[in-house]
Each structure stands twice: as C-alpha cells, then as structure tokens.
Ligand binder design. Structure first.
Ligand code: HAM
Length: 438
C-alpha cells in the first residue's frame, strides 16, 4: 500500500475517542435543546440529487460540492448543508401537516473548502428549521434558541452579527436588478469584498443614487440597535421594499428587547450570506477567539416555493459543531471526560477462560461494563497493564476461589482485595461509592 493511501484524504479527519466524546457531548446538548424547544429529529440521506442541493446554495459553495454520478447514472452530491434536504422532506412528507413544523437534524456535511483550523471538508452541524411561520415571533424563537445553544455550553462574549437581507435585495429589486445578478453582489458582500460588490452593481447598470445608497449601507454597523435603525432608515428612504424589510427587522428586534433577554447583537447593513435562499433576517455568530463563524442562519421564505412546494415561509439556524468545540477549548471551557470506570476480568490460567467470560457476562447483564483479558497475559502483567489503562477493578479468577463459587475482587485504586461470590459481584461493585456503572 502506498504511504499516501494510508493517510486520510486531505480535509478529512479520523475522530479519536476523545474527539468523539466532545462531538457527542455537543450533540447531546443540541438534542436536549431541540426537545426543550419542541423540534423533532429527522435523519435525511447524506446523498441527494445534485440539482436539489445546488439550486440555491450559492456559487461559492456550489463549486465546492462533492459531485458524482452513481452506478445508476444519477448525478448526485454529498450534502453541503441540511436546509435543502429539509425543504425536500417537508414538500414530500409534511406539506399537509399542521404548521408550524419544527425539525432538528444532526450529522456530517461535505464541502471542498480549503482545510485550515476550523475549516474541514467533512464537518458536523446541529441544524434547526422552523417551517410555516413568517412572523417576527418565529425569528425571535430561532434567535433565542441560538443564544441558548451557546450559553448552555458555557460560551462567553459571543456576538450575533445580524442584518435583514430584504433591505439590500429590496433596493436592487427596485432598480430592476434580476435575482442572479443580485446573487453575485451578495457573494461579494459575503466575502466582505465591498469594492467588488459596488463595481458589480455599477456594471449591472444601477444609477448613482442607488450606488450611493449601497455605499452608505456598507458603512453602517455597530452594537446600537436604535442608531442602526435610524441610519438605515435615512439611507433607504427612496426604496419602499427596503423600508418594509427594515420595519420587519425592527419588529423582531423589539420583540426580543421586550423579553429582556440579553443577546449581544452586532448590526451590519452590508452583511450578506453566500447561501442564496435567504429573504429576511440573516445572522452569524462569532467568539473573539476565532475569526470564523460558529453558526449561521436566517429566514428563507421562498426556498420551498422554488422547489415547487407552495409559498411556505421558514427560518433556521445551523451550528458548526467542530467550531463550537474549538471555541469552547479556546475559552478554557472543560468538556466532561468520558466515564473511565472499568472492570478487567483476568483468569489465572487459560482453563479458567470460560469462567472469566461468564463472570464478565454477569456484570454486563447488570449494566456494569467489563472487559476480559484477551492477550493471554500472566496475572501480574495483566494487573500492571490494567492499572496503566486506568482499570478500576480487577476480577481475578483462580482455581481455588472458583471451586467455592467465588472470585477475587481487587480495587485497583485502593490496592485492596477480597473474595466475593460471583453472583454478589454486581452489588459489591455498585456499593463502592466511586463506581458509576457502565
Ligand atoms: P452555513 O453558514 O453555510 O449555513 O453553515 C453553518 C455553520 O457550519 C457555519 O457557521 C460553520 O460554523 C459551519 N461550517 C460551514 N462550513 C464549514 C467547514 N468547512 N468546516 C467546519 N465548519 C463549517 C448553513 O449551512 C445553512 N444551512 C444554515 C441555515 C439553516 N439557514 C437556515 N437554516
């Protein structure tokens, strides 16, 4: 086998037990939050039709998709996100169900991004979609959930960068700029390439007043809601579509304000996201220790319609689990360690192996995890290997004890041992207060 063949493919990672533990910890928090907010979990396929995934993903991510033709000749792709799959699932399975519909998903996604810290080609998201409501209270729910997700994990000093894409799109639509051209401008804004965004707008033939408005908007940013609303409202006076988007944005923000939740927003009127389906509020979250977003989301009222599913408004958010873990580590938040209590059953000779396997089974049937010595080691070697690997109890199966229906139970930490009847082992081990079980 060639050396390279034994390496993981660039951008792909092996997750070692400690990595998996961290991932599962965030996953269980994510699932618990889904339950608390009434989001039901669905599992959609990793492979979908290319056309579905590519339709509204935006140029940048579209060209980074893993695309292939399957043996049946279908052009398929590995999912780069959940939202398109959820929209498909909604149309085909839930269109007639009473609204709203709240769906949670957790899984791996695939994008041919340039690998670096926090950017992988296989990564994990916890994704929440609220389908069926266009109201500010639905927007407020997703923002509260976002805040709770991060707060519950102990993250601090995060900010939610937020805008309403209806403001920018409203201006461009008013000028008669078609959607594909608007998308190109959004891609440039997403990359924070302001000058490219302005020259694109110019090349699409927008008038000077519009260019000035766009330039003004790009400069409007800050932590203060009131001044943001005022400045944007002054800037977009000539554009009724933008005014009504701003009004919708203001309603959501005021609703949140009146709940007295302390959510730290950073307003940025020139902020756009690469995904093309957004129609309303859009947001991304950052911690000071990382310059990449740990979550992203927004309102997409026309995606389901564009897939042929009727006019069904929706909003959602996805958390980048790998980046959340990185952020937690950077902030010194300790992720709980796996429960290392374990029992090793050691026969003193190979004739006693059946007894060792039986004793081990008794423990497992009682919910206590146990391992049998399978390396054929002598008792002393097995004990020293056990203590090296953090074994908590050793059960030694010797001929004399077995003939009395007993074994030796050795507390590896206290270094004390006693004879115990096999059937009493579970109770005995449990009664030791430090043992937390399986
Ligand atoms: P997104 O902003 O493309 O949004 O991705 C959400 C999060 O996934 C990002 O904020 C980031 O934390 C993580 N992420 C993205 N790419 C990578 C990567 N290459 N490596 C590691 N983490 C990554 C969406 O996917 C939308 N579907 C969110 C949404 C749901 N909008 C509405 N509903």
């Amino acid at each position: 086998m060639r050396h390279e063949t034994l390496q993981t493919v660039r951008g792909m990672r092996d997750l070692m037990p400690e990595d998996v533990w961290k991932l599962r910890f965030v996953e269980s928090n994510a699932r618990r939050l889904a339950e608390l907010y009434g989001y039901e979990e669905v599992i959609t396929p990793i492979i979908e039709h290319y056309e579905l995934l590519a339709a509204k993903i935006g140029e940048e991510t579209r060209k980074r998709m893993y695309v292939f033709v399957d043996l049946g000749g279908r052009k398929v792709a590995l999912r780069p996100e959940f939202t398109a799959s959820i929209a498909r699932l909604f149309i085909t399975k839930l269109a007639a169900a009473p609204k709203p519909i709240r769906l949670f998903s957790f899984g791996s996604l695939y994008r041919y991004d340039e690998p670096q810290l926090g950017r992988y080609r296989e990564f994990w998201q916890a994704n929440y979609e609220l389908i069926g409501s266009s109201k500010p209270e639905a927007d407020a729910e997703i923002l509260c959930l976002t805040n709770d997700f991060l707060k519950n994990l102990g993250l601090r000093n995060y900010i939610i960068k937020i805008n309403h894409i209806g403001i920018l799109r409203g201006i461009l639509s008013h000028e008669g700029i078609p959607e594909d051209k608007q998308n190109a401008i959004m891609q440039a804004l997403d990359k924070r390439n302001w000058s490219e965004a302005i020259s694109l707008a110019k090349s699409f033939g927008v008038n000077n007043e519009c260019l000035e408005t766009l330039e003004k908007l790009i400069g409007i940013r800050g932590y203060e809601k009131a001044s943001f609303i005022k400045e944007v409202s002054d800037a977009v006076k000539a554009y009724p579509e933008a005014i009504s988007a701003l009004e919708n944005f203001r309603e959501t923000l005021e609703l949140l304000e009146r709940t007295s939740l302390k959510i730290q927003f950073y307003f940025e009127a020139g902020f756009a996201r690469g995904l093309e389906y957004y129609t309303g509020i859009i947001f991304e979250t950052y911690v000071p220790e990382l310059d990449i977003a740990i979550c992203g989301g927004g309102r997409y009222d026309r995606l389901i319609e564009s897939f042929g599913g009727g006019m069904v408004p929706a909003i959602g958010v996805a958390f980048g689990v790998d980046r959340i873990i990185l952020a937690m580590e950077k902030q010194g938040i300790s992720l709980p360690k796996p429960q290392r209590e374990r029992v090793l059953v050691i026969p003193t000779n190979s004739k006693l192996l059946p007894e060792a396997i039986k004793a081990s089974n008794v423990l497992r049937e009682n919910g206590i995890s146990s391992e049998v010595e399978v390396m054929g080691r002598s008792l002393s070697r097995a004990l020293s290997d056990g203590s090296r690997r953090g074994v908590t109890y050793a059960i030694i199966i010797g001929p004399r004890e077995i003939s009395e229906g007993k074994v030796i139970l050795r507390d590896m930490r206290e270094k004390i041992q006693e004879k115990v009847k096999i059937e009493d082992l579970p109770v005995k081990i449990r009664s030791k207060s430090s043992f937390k079980g399986g």
